[in-house]
Design a binder for this molecule. Structure first.
Ligand code: ATR
Length: 286
C-alpha cells in the first residue's frame, strides 16, 4: 500500500518567490516529525480568491497569506479569530470543511512580534511605554496582541494621523480591557524615551530615513523593525547609532510561522534553533 500523500500548504502572495516561509515550515516539519508539503502560490493581483479556492479544492489544508492579499483573505473566511477581527486582516487560512464551520482566518503576525520581543529579545512588555510607528497593514496587524501584552501605554504614530486614529478607535475596548493607554498621534507628536519602539512603516526604505527623531528612543531601549535583511538596514543603523538595542523582523517571521504551524498541525515547534539557522543564512546572503 502507498503511504498517504502529505498534507499540503503554501504561502499565497504576489510576489512570493523570495518568501522564506517554505524553508521555515520545512524546518518545523522535520523537527516535529510532521509529514507535510509547503510550497508557493503566486496569485495574480486580481486572482487571489480563485487561486486559493482552487488550491483548497485540490485537497490542500491551508495557506499563509502575504502582501497584498491579507485583507482579501480575511474577507474570504467563514470564521475569524478575535485577533484577525481586530487586525481586519489574515495571514493564515485553515481550510476547514463546511461541516466543521468552514474556513478559519487567523492573524499570527502580532503574536509573532510579541513572542520575538519577550522570548528571543528577552524584553518584557508589561508596564512599559511602547511606540508603534505606522498605520498600514503591518502596524494594524500587530496592535491587538501588543495590547494583550499589557504595556502601560502604546502610542501609534503615523504620517496620516486619521489612519492611526481609526485603528486606535477600533482597538479602544480591547485596550481598556487590558488597562493600556492607547493613543493616536502624528509623527511630530510621537513623544520621547519609549522603552520599545516598533517600526511598522517602509519609510526608511523609501530613502527618507526614519521619519521620527532619535528622541523617541531610550538609551538601552529596544528598537524593532518588522522587516529583515537589506530592507531593515537603514533602521537598524539609525537605532544603533542612537544607543538603542536594534532588532530586525526575522524573529517575528519565525514566530508568526510557528503559530500558523501550531494552528494547522496542533504541534508547537521549538523556534530558537530555527531562528538561529535563519539568522546564519540571512547573514551569509545579505
Ligand atoms: P504595509 O502593509 O507594509 O503596512 P501600507 O499599508 O502601505 O504598507 O502602510 C505603509 C505605512 O508606512 C503607512 O503607515 C505610511 O504612512 P501613511 O499612512 O501616512 O501613508 C507609512 N509610510 C510610508 N512611507 C512613509 C514616509 N516616507 N514617511 C512616513 N511614513 C511613511
Amino acid at each position: 500500500m502507498n503511504p498517504p500523500s502529505p498534507d499540503r500548504y503554501a504561502v499565497a502572495g504576489n510576489p512570493v518567490a523570495h518568501s522564506r516561509s517554505p524553508h521555515i515550515h520545512q524546518l518545523f516539519a522535520r523537527q516535529t516529525g510532521q509529514t507535510m508539503d509547503y510550497g508557493r502560490l503566486l496569485c495574480p493581483l486580481d486572482g487571489f480568491v480563485a487561486e486559493v479556492q482552487a488550491f483548497a479544492a485540490s485537497g490542500a489544508k491551508g495557506c499563509n497569506v502575504t502582501v497584498p492579499f491579507k485583507f482579501e483573505a480575511f474577507e474570504l473566511a467563514a470564521r475569524r479569530t478575535p485577533r484577525a477581527e481586530l487586525a481586519q486582516a489574515a495571514n493564515t487560512l485553515r481550510f476547514d470543511a463546511e461541516a466543521d464551520g468552514g474556513w478559519l482566518a487567523d492573524n499570527t503576525d502580532g503574536v509573532g512580534l510579541v513572542r520575538d520581543i519577550t522570548v528571543h529579545a528577552g524584553v518584557a512588555l508589561a508596564g512599559r511605554r511602547v511606540l508603534l510607528l505606522g498605520a498600514g497593514g503591518a502596524a494594524a496587524g500587530v496592535l491587538g496582541p501588543l495590547i494583550e501584552a499589557r504595556p502601560a501605554e502604546i502610542v501609534m504614530a503615523n504620517r496620516t494621523v486619521d489612519k492611526a486614529q481609526a485603528i486606535v478607535d477600533r482597538h479602544a475596548a480591547w485596550a481598556a480591557l487590558h488597562g493600556v493607554a492607547l493613543k493616536a498621534r502624528g509623527l511630530s507628536e510621537a513623544g520621547s524615551a519609549h522603552d520599545v519602539f516598533i517600526n511598522g512603516t517602509a519609510a526608511s526604505l523609501a530613502g527618507g530615513g526614519v521619519p521620527v527623531g532619535p528622541e523617541v528612543l531610550q538609551p538601552g531601549g529596544l528598537a524593532v523593525d518588522m522587516m529583515y535583511g537589506p530592507a531593515a538596514r537603514p533602521f537598524l543603523a539609525w537605532a544603533q547609532a542612537h544607543g538603542a538595542i536594534a532588532r530586525d523582523g526575522l524573529g517575528m517571521l519565525v514566530e508568526q510561522a510557528a503559530e500558523s504551524f501550531a494552528l494547522w498541525r496542533g504541534v508547537r515547534p521549538d523556534t530558537a534553533p530555527v531562528l538561529a539557522q535563519l539568522r546564519a543564512e540571512v547573514d551569509a546572503t545579505s
